[in-house]
Design a protein around this ligand. Structure first.
Ligand code: NAD
Length: 355
């Protein structure tokens, strides 16, 4: 059976980093005896230029009919002036909605060879290896909103957070399954001392985790979690939290690594998943062949793990990335004297060689 991957290079550095990742995937699949087939499609600015909209029907259909989607990045100054509903970023929101992606997974790993890039002391970040599981489809970002209302001469605005127990149970189950492939520890983050939605979150998390006897669950208030991520980030295995808290905490945690080009992500639902690096299209370095493709390559590893059930291939790609770094190869963003600077393409080739 051939597994179908829709490839969306996107804009800026997108085509360069996805090409490098594609080479790695193809070689990893050969080694792992898995048949994969890439089909490239336009989205974002590249689609606006050609078809007039950020998420063409053909792209959406291809994504829905594939096993998974690998995306580079979309957007850039060339499309800053387009109408808000036609902005390149609408392609990602449209895909999330159409594919029903309710879980966002962000692994945060500090590689021993990159420890000095962190803004924190090496002894604090050494060995950090966690995954943040963020609920992506509900909460305050999707709740009822009130804007531009004047009450007794005073302007008011309102955002509403709403969660059902089934939404919470679904995301906590996902976190438990992720933890099972790791160290089996979940930290559920909420603000249950203040918010009603958080109290429901905590009760439901308890109930859901009982179905996973091998998982240990602890609860943390979001303010404490924000502190702990800086004080002792090593304590975390899997963090599961709401859309709003996850948005903020995952960016805080990403900074611990000090290297935006290295960080992968996965957005998962019941159908095809969407895999992309966390960075944007980096228009300042686009076309120069110097972008770091490792975040995209590690996103591809997640694709093998979560959408193709090919855990051994995922492990192999991740190990190859770690080895390239240990061997002293760096793209320009992480280069330091004494190491070997390589291009985007060379970095892809070096990972491929080490699979
Ligand atoms: P950015 O992440 O593109 O770039 C921030 C800085 O990090 C830049 O200096 C860039 O050169 C550097 N950088 C990013 N990725 C890199 C890589 N792989 N290798 C080396 N250096 C890298 O963020 P931005 O400049 O705020 O946004 C640029 C465009 O990307 C905007 O149009 C924004 O809307 C879009 N964007 C898209 C996504 C997405 O597609 N998911 C996410 C964020 C931003």
């Amino acid at each position: 059976m051939t597994r179908k991957i829709t490839l969306i290079p996107g804009d800026g550095i997108g085509p360069e980093i996805t090409e490098a990742a594609k080479q790695v995937c193809q070689q990893a699949a050969v080694k792992g005896r898995l048949n994969i087939d890439f089909e490239a499609h336009y989205a974002g600015g590249a689609a606006i230029d050609r078809i007039g909209i950020p998420l063409p029907e053909a792209t959406l259909t291809a994504c829905m009919q594939s096993d998974a989607v690998l995306l580079g990045a979309v957007g850039g100054p060339a499309w800053d002036a387009v109408e808000p509903q036609l902005r390149p970023e609408k392609a990602i929101l449209g895909l999330r909605k159409a594919l029903g992606l309710y879980a966002n997974l962000r692994p945060i790993r500090v590689y021993p060879s990159l420890v000095e890039h962190s803004p924190l002391k090496p002894e604090v970040v050494a060995g950090v290896d966690m995954v943040i599981v963020r609920e992506l489809n509900g909460g305050i970002y999707y709740g009822e909103r009130l804007e531009g209302t004047i009450v007794n001469g005073i302007e008011e605005a309102r955002d509403t957070e709403c969660y059902s127990d089934s939404e919470i149970s679904r995301i906590v189950s996902m976190a438990c399954k992720v933890a099972r492939q790791r160290r089996g520890q979940i930290t559920s983050v909420d603000k249950a001392n203040v918010l009603a939605t958080s109290r429901l979150w905590r009760r439901t998390a308890e109930k859901t985790a009982q179905r996973f006897a091998d998982i240990s669950l602890q609860h943390l208030y979001v303010d404490n979690c924000a502190m702990q991520l800086v004080l002792a980030p090593n304590q975390f295995d899997v963090i599961v939290t709401s859309n709003l808290f996850g948005d903020i905490l995952s960016d805080e945690a990403a900074v611990l690594t000090g290297s935006i080009g290295m960080l992968p992500s996965a957005s998962i639902g019941d159908g095809p998943g969407l895999y992309e690096p966390i960075h944007g299209s980096a228009p300042d370095i686009a076309g120069k062949g110097i972008a770091n493709p490792l975040g995209t390559i590690l996103s591809a590893a997640m694709l093998f793990r979560h959408s193709l059930d090919a855990v051994a291939i995922a492990d192999c790609i991740e190990a190859a990335v770690a080895r390239v770094l240990e061997d002293g190869y760096r793209t320009a963003d992480l280069y330091k004297k004494g190491l070997t600077q390589v291009s985007t393409e060379e970095m892809g080739r070096l990972v491929t060689e080490r699979l």
